[in-house]
Ligand binder design. Structure first.
Ligand code: SF4
Length: 64
């Protein structure tokens, strides 16, 4: 399980940071990056929610 942000797609809405500030943060230009990987089942569910919530489809949760 690996959570990533595609920097080419991210537009800096920061919806991910607002909804999951433990997993995401924004750089100085407002673009999101991953703070740490989801560990608990609750965090994994939250990460899945953010994948659906990102308007740019920039958040990727791979199952490997
Ligand atoms: S919600 Fe998506 S587009 Fe917006 S900052 Fe987060 S990753 Fe980037």
């Amino acid at each position: 399980m690996k959570l990533k942000v595609d920097k080419k797609l991210c537009q800096g809405h920061n919806r991910c940071v607002v909804l999951a500030g433990d997993l995401f943060d924004a750089d100085d230009d407002g673009y999101a990056f991953i703070v740490r990987q989801p560990e608990t089942e609750e965090e994994i569910q939250l990460a899945r929610r953010i994948v659906r919530a990102c308007p740019e489809r920039a958040v990727i949760l791979s199952e490997d």
